[in-house]
Design a protein. Structure first.
Length: 223
């Protein structure tokens, strides 16, 4: 699949976000989630003031999202890039639901070698819904015509990024230190790289050499 442009005008709330605990079912104000009636663990903005920007200027954002493994990771990601599913007056993210998406991203990236056949099997003859978007023909920075997908949510835009990567010549693997996927190949990490950054390579080897920590003469514990 040829590369295309992805556009999204998205909001990041100025005061950041907070993680709210799950609440058992409340019949007077039912909240439907994947787990049934009640309120799931969720992320909400601390205030209504925000700024608009285009998060899709970061072409590797879907890889960062694939590294989200828990509620705290998701909160950190949201503080940097905004809510993923908020539309209209909905100002929260259902944490279990969004974590399910990030787990799917990791699964697809780490099994990219058979992505084409798996996508074909899942899509079937009728296709399968992934995300809402609008398609435009625009001019890129060079003046050439390009297809542009305008997503309705950040999560939709990330799915578009992911599918574009799966159908292209890109390879991903897990970092041995943090466990997050990273891209290897031309312009990225070396094909034989095992860590997403040099810093994580150093930290991994340091812990391997000193699994219980070593106290230096100055009394500083090496971890």
């Amino acid at each position: 699949m040829a590369n295309f442009l992805i556009d999204l005008t998205w909001q990041r709330h100025t005061l950041g976000y907070e993680l709210l605990p799950a609440v058992e079912g409340q019949p007077e104000e039912p909240f439907l989630s994947r787990s049934g009636v009640g309120q799931p663990q969720r992320i909400v903005p601390k205030g209504l003031e925000g700024m608009f920007y285009n998060p899709m200027e970061n072409s590797g954002l879907f890889v960062r999202f694939a590294g989200v493994r828990c509620a705290e990771d998701l909160l950190d990601f949201t503080n940097k890039f905004g809510l993923l599913t908020a539309e209209g007056y909905r100002l929260y993210d259902d944490v279990p639901d969004v974590l399910g998406h990030s787990a799917n991203f990791r699964n697809w990236l780490l099994r990219k070698e058979d992505a084409q056949s798996r996508l074909s099997m899942i899509a079937g003859e009728d296709g399968i819904f992934l995300a809402r978007s609008e398609i435009y023909i625009v001019r890129d920075k060079t003046g050439a015509p390009r297809l542009q997908y305008r997503a309705t949510t950040l999560l939709s835009a990330l799915w578009i990024q992911l599918i574009n990567a799966l159908t292209g010549e890109r390879e991903f693997r897990d970092c041995l230190h943090c466990g997050r996927p990273f891209e290897v190949g031309p312009g990225e990490r070396r094909l034989d790289a095992k860590f997403c950054t040099d810093e994580h390579r150093i930290r991994f080897n340091r812990r391997k050499a000193n699994p219980f920590g070593v106290t230096t003469q100055r009394g500083v514990m090496v971890k």
